[in-house]
Ligand binder design. Structure first.
Ligand SMILES: CC(C)(COP(=O)(O)OP(=O)(O)OC[C@H]1O[C@@H](n2cnc3c(N)ncnc32)[C@H](O)[C@@H]1OP(=O)(O)O)[C@@H](O)C(=O)NCCC(=O)NCCS
Length: 246
């Protein structure tokens, strides 16, 4: 449960997150501070822009943790840059030019979370061919001309999936191992991870994520509730496709 006396911040990101997830965001010029343990992760020679985004992300993360009932805890860093959360918490951090956010939840509620933010601008030349495959290229060709940069949205969906995946699996994912199928009516997407991995929970399943395009930004989120996984383990849903959805 979220600490009773805390108001849950309303953010753009919270529109695409379940109510058990606390999101804190910054827009415009980044502000923020680092705890000593967090500053030590950067070292002395880091460029100011990187320090600013790192501090903004950590500040959002600590504020979200405070709301969740874990005040004053540093957010350290794992072997492959993933944020390390206090015991009993899962979460994710993102930043892009002019936007930064963190989302956290209790591990009792969420198995894992991945969030991503990108500017609503097309991918640089030749990036698309490295990140989109098969049916993804088909739906990109069919996508409506409505101001949404669908190529960047696809990229963001895959980044959100990776950020949800990595902290549990501790393994790299290639872009062609994540197949994305969007539902543009619902502003959702399904992601299937292919390949042989140790985790029967995350690999081979279909995850559902959500997206929002607003204020020149693309926001994506993948949240896997523990309840969805428990249902699958109990076999209740075993004969049907298993969208692990928010
Ligand atoms: C890690 C990665 C996903 C970050 O995405 P990005 O769009 O460059 O940057 P964002 O600002 O959105 O996210 C950066 C934050 O993600 C988090 N992050 C970094 N590595 C992570 C990982 N392995 N797992 C989970 N979260 C991670 C960090 O909090 C980081 O911010 P910080 O360094 O200030 O703490 C990206 O740089 C990357 O390495 N991608 C390659 C892996 C990949 O995408 N594979 C294919 C996916 S299908």
């Amino acid at each position: 449960m979220i600490a009773a006396e805390q108001a849950i911040p309303t953010t753009m990101l919270s529109k695409i997150l379940p109510t058990t997830v606390v999101a804190v965001e910054q827009t415009g010029v980044f502000t923020g501070t680092l705890l000593d343990e967090e500053a030590a992760l950067l070292g002395p020679n880091v460029v100011p822009l990187r320090r600013a985004e790192f501090a903004a992300g950590r500040t959002c993360a600590r504020e979200a943790l405070r709301v969740l009932g874990f005040a004053g805890q540093p957010v350290l860093r794992g072997e492959n840059r993933q944020p390390l959360w206090p015991n009993g918490v899962v979460g994710s951090i993102t930043h892009c030019d002019g936007y930064c956010a963190a989302a956290v939840a209790r591990a009792d509620d969420m198995l894992t979370i991945g969030i991503d933010a990108e500017k609503n601008q097309s991918l640089p030349e030749h990036v698309l061919e490295a990140i989109a495959f098969g049916e993804e290229l088909e739906w990109l060709r069919r996508s409506p001309q409505n101001g949404i940069c669908w190529d960047k949205l696809l990229f963001s969906m895959k980044e959100a999936v990776y950020k949800a995946w990595y902290p549990r699996e501790r393994r790299w994912l290639d872009f062609d191992q994540v197949g994305i199928a969007p539902d543009v009516e619902e502003n959702t997407f399904q992601a299937r991870i292919s390949g042989t991995f140790s985790s029967p929970v995350l690999s081979g399943q279909i995850y559902r994520g959500r997206y929002l395009v607003a204020q020149s930004l693309i926001l994506t989120a993948v949240c896997i509730p523990t309840a969805a996984v428990a249902t699958r383990r109990d076999g209740i849903d075993a004969s049907r496709p298993n969208p692990l959805s928010i």
